[in-house]
Design a protein around this ligand. Structure first.
Ligand SMILES: Cc1ncc(COP(=O)(O)O)c(C=O)c1O
Length: 387
């Protein structure tokens, strides 16, 4: 296909049709594929002949999703996984070995930190946590055996941002791979690879699905990197199901429209919250008051849909407000058309120690809203009651 714009790629890339001439992509719900002969089976198993063998290895629907996402992120290759967590875990397991060292941002999704501390650490892989925005701290944490920088920008729920170009320059100077979790902005609003990242990781469960229907993940990067991750996924088994691949494949068609609408709604809510007397502080990158506003403007093409705020009155008031909402969904997921409301300290970040929470800036009075696509006036009305 000739080089096209983002929205065209989001609809047309990865599109393949069967002899039935269907217009919407088919779903290949099959665990295995048949061979014309024993000889062909032998050739397929030995990789002498390309083609499908078994859906843990490859599946046409999964491949359509991988191709489309890859073209949107501007990567050479992509491997889809069963969830965002398995995308992170597969990246580490495929690319690192016992004795290696990871420097990771402490401002990441809570479970990513738990994964590093409780699972990855069992494989004799050392981990140092640093402040996302502090490049000097990343630099000082490098050891001779550092193989990977792992971060999420902007971070969830507070919207900390790191200069991807600067951190990539540092990583490259020391032969370290840079992996960026791009779940919060998606390629519609940020392209880490064009800024120098080696690997992009997704929880496609979030905005890529965008409607809270399924779990999915992806790892993107050069062919050389993704071959290794694919090899791990096909062997260890956290492969994406064809059914879920079909859902996220179709969702990509509307990704940029949705991300723009999420961002517009989120900005309206943030501006309104900032003026409210019962609100202590609002965290939204689109607000000039956010310390990372200027950097976000430079490296992102939008600010996304997550608005967090601290209420006056601590945890008690935060719980009261959450419980008073009638339309908003009290659920930990984000990136849905439906607006969701969460208390990070007791849910998504509940497994962090008190110390880790302080370091990550997660206070008891903090509420996170993943702003959906309802009329924003109705979202504001629902929050206003409790405030
Ligand atoms: C930024 C980020 N990365 C990764 C994950 C994990 O994704 P999943 O729930 O698909 O495993 C999440 C989940 O909330 C997330 O917010």
């Amino acid at each position: 296909m000739k080089e096209t714009h983002f929205d065209t790629k989001a609809i047309r890339e990865g599109y393949s049709i069967t002899q039935e001439q269907e217009h919407s992509e088919a779903m290949f719900l099959t665990s295995s594929f048949i061979f014309e002969s024993a000889e062909q089976a032998e050739r397929r198993f030995s990789h002498e002949e390309p083609g499908n063998v078994y859906s843990r290895f490859t599946n046409p629907t999964v491949e359509s999703f991988e191709k489309k996402l890859s073209s949107l992120e501007g990567s050479q290759a992509c491997v889809a996984t069963a969830s965002g967590m398995s995308a992170i875990f597969s990246t580490i397991m495929a690319l690192l070995k016992s004795g290696d060292h990871i420097v990771a941002s402490r401002n990441m999704f809570g479970t990513s930190i738990v994964l590093l501390n409780t699972v990855v650490s069992k494989f004799n892989i050392q981990i140092s946590f640093v402040e996302l925005c502090n490049i000097e701290e990343w630099k000082d944490s490098i050891r001779d055996n550092t193989k990977l920088f792992l971060l999420e920008t902007p971070s969830n729920p507070l919207g900390d941002v790191v200069d991807i170009k600067a951190i990539s320059k540092l990583a490259k100077s020391r032969d370290i791979l840079l992996a960026v979790d791009n779940a919060i902005l998606t390629p519609a609003l940020q392209n880490p690879i064009s800024l120098g990242a080696d690997i992009v990781i997704h929880s496609a469960t979030k905005y890529i699905d965008g409607q809270g229907r399924c779990l999915a993940g992806a790892v993107l990067g050069s062919e050389q990197i993704i071959d290794q991750v694919h090899s791990f996924v096909r062997t260890a088994g956290p492969s994406l199901s064809a059914f879920n691949a079909w859902i996220v494949l179709k969702s990509l068609d509307t990704l940029s429209l949705r991300m723009k609408a999420h961002s517009d709604n989120a900005l309206k809510l943030a501006v309104w919250l900032e003026k409210h007397d019962s609100v202590e502080k609002v965290y939204y990158l689109g607000l000039k008051s956010h310390p990372n506003h200027e950097l976000a403007k430079q490296q992102q093409s939008g600010f996304g849909g997550i608005v967090s705020f601290e209420v006056k009155g601590g945890k008690k008031k935060a719980f009261e407000l959450i419980n008073s909402t009638e339309m908003l969904s009290i659920t930990a997921n984000l990136g849905d058309t439906k607006t969701t409301i969460t208390h990070p300290s007791s849910t998504t970040h509940g497994r962090l120690s008190d110390d880790e929470k302080v370091q990550a800036g997660i206070k008891d009075s903090l509420i996170r809203v993943s702003v959906g696509l309802e009329s924003i006036d109705d979202v504001i009305d629902d929050i206003n009651k409790g405030l």
